[in-house]
Ligand binder design. Structure first.
Ligand code: 6GU
Length: 238
């Protein structure tokens, strides 16, 4: 899968995406991340990509022309949905990530300043995505988060270890507690059941612990309307 990122700060990519699981997927050619400098698509010699808002007000707005030009030129004759990263977008979750991972290619646009000219939203973006209810100064970190979450659904990106689908949210619940050696640390013992060797009891204890943790910390995840998260281990074609 290929991600083309349109940004005013192409130098920050791939950044942390080059580490760990995703770094291996990039090195192995399974995932490709290309950053494109929005300023290179500006029409004038001052390479201006923003302008003052009609109607007045503080801050600058990203002009439509450079963004339309960038996305069209990057796409070429290929079809690749355009994902706009903004705090007004649809909240990113595993469900949306799995949907985006069905695409062989995405053009991801990271904004800055007070935001995009509305026509970028209405006539260019196929998806508008937010990574949470807080404000970042720009979409670059959000783009990295989106790329990582989506790439984990691409077959082969996760090794067998990780793809077991036992992560938080693989079943829409928070993860159960985990322990490793020693069996006692500073007076705190590992629950006996985990040392018992009884795999059926362990499975039941973990299921109950995951449910209880979700109930106490994130009860909204148990709403029937939200229990639609596809497992990470779900087989997918191509
Ligand atoms: Cl996608 N962009 C910015 N600037 N802030 C955000 C965000 C995106 N998602 C949450 N906060």
């Amino acid at each position: 899968m290929r991600f083309d990122v349109v940004t005013l700060f192409p130098e920050v990519f791939p950044g942390p995406l080059a580490a760990g699981v995703l770094g291996r997927a990039i090195a192995g050619g399974l995932i490709r991340v290309e950053a494109h400098d929005l300023r290179a698509f500006a029409g004038d010699k001052h390479r201006q990509v923003d302008d003052i808002p009609y109607g007045g007000g503080p801050g600058m707005v990203l002009k439509p022309e450079p963004i339309f030009k960038a996305v069209r030129q990057i796409r070429g004759t290929a079809t690749a949905p355009c994902v706009l990263l903004t705090p007004q977008g649809r909240a990113l979750d595993q469900q949306l990530a799995a949907e985006l991972a069905d695409q062989p290619r995405l053009v991801v646009v990271a904004g800055r300043y007070e935001g995009f000219d509305e026509r970028v939203r209405t006539s260019l973006a196929d998806y508008e995505v937010s990574i949470g209810d807080y404000i970042l100064s720009g979409g670059e970190l959000a783009a990295m988060v989106l790329i990582e979450v989506v790439a984990r659904y691409v077959p082969g990106v996760l090794g067998d270890e990780d793809s077991a689908g036992s992560d938080s949210f693989s079943d829409g619940l928070l993860e159960h507690p985990q322990y490793t050696r020693p069996a006692e640390f500073e007076g705190q013992r590992v629950p006996d059941v985990l040392l018992s060797g009884n795999h059926e009891l362990i499975r039941r204890w973990r299921a109950e612990a995951a449910l209880e943790r979700t109930r106490s910390r994130r009860p909204e995840l148990l709403q029937p309307s939200r229990r639609t998260t596809p497992p990470l281990s779900q087989p997918k074609e191509s």
